[in-house]
Write a protein that binds this ligand. Sequence first.
Ligand SMILES: *Cc1c(COP(=O)(O)O)cnc(C)c1O
Length: 405
Amino acid sequence: MPGFELWNDEERKEVNDVLETGILMRYGFDGPRKGVWKSKELEEEICKKFGCQYAQLTSSGTSALTTIMAALGIGAGDEIIMPCFTFVASFESVLSVGAIPVMVDVDDTLTVNPEAVRKAITPKTKAVMPVHMCGSMADMDALIAICKEHKLILLEDACQSIGASFKGKALGTIGDAGTFSFDFVKTMTCGEGGVVMTNNKDLYVKCDGYTDHGHDHLGADRGADLHPFIGYNYRISELHAAVGLAQIRKVDTVISIQKKNHAALKDILSQVPEISFRRIPDPSGDSCTFISWFLPTEEITRAVIAELKAQNILAGNFYWYDNNWHYIRKWDHLKKSITLSALHPDLKAQVLHHANKDFSASDAIMGRCISTAIGLLWTEEQLKDKAEKIINVVKKVLQAQKITA
Ligand SMILES: *Cc1c(COP(=O)(O)O)cnc(C)c1O
């Protein structure tokens, strides 16, 4: 799954270019940097590879989300509709600009349910933020239609779905803007890093300034830059961008290995009629970082996870329902709105309200779901062995269920 599995001399070469000059910062030092501009180069490569007009690198996927929310003018009192199955960064970034995260149910795509989005729209709704979880896509046709109808911003959190597409367009480039994360476990990594992608020049210019203390970046002298608005430091470093440059050239390889291994794994898992699979709105666009599958009940799923653990073969199989990072069930800090700095009382009340709603429709899906990470370095035998061990565990659990039933 992660790009770090393909780490080699190509990353070392790019990093060495930066070490040679010693200019670790992406801006300024035009002379001593001797023409080495890794961050700029990576931004250009991202635009070419994923098909967007503008790309702004940031220090992380989380700061990319914060940055684009600020650029979109999302702030106090605004409601952002997002799924209850995602990574914590999605709601963290909404809170970081003082807006209200409105979590809604997911469906069997493991992404936001368009009908739940519709029901959550209020006069305060400003944006819909689908999260393309586990390498595959939300139902973009439905979400585009909803956002058009209600004049809402469509912001794609594509942090987990680098290299995936919907009807030929890269995820992250379909809405008003989108983000990738290049943290260490993503499809391509910079160690830490992220990017905002958009076709809107005004948004891009705002992102460019926001990530660098509001600098306008118009002159040659950084010290003389003007600051049209207040920004922060969410810059990426040249060292991180250098790693990303080597990694972006490997994305096609990563995706093609994942697709091949995913297909082989699916063939074997399909032998068990009780196993069903995640619905994928455009199967040809799945980046196949994971294969996500369902069992008939939560009880069976829990028993399968317990048996995988007992046999010491759980690694690489994720039961998100019990996971502290990805599903609302275990977001106790959000449900209690525990923050270090005080939230405005109105915001706090809204956070508490939305985090403690009924998510039983999502529970019914997530409680039965297992995602198996697709390895890049598996041999055919290893893959077969893994898949067969999994289906043997499933068969054993199903058999035991029949006996007790
Ligand atoms: C990884 C991730 C992020 C945040 O990225 P970081 O680079 O780790 O800050 C945001 N959203 C989702 C869905 C992610 O998986």
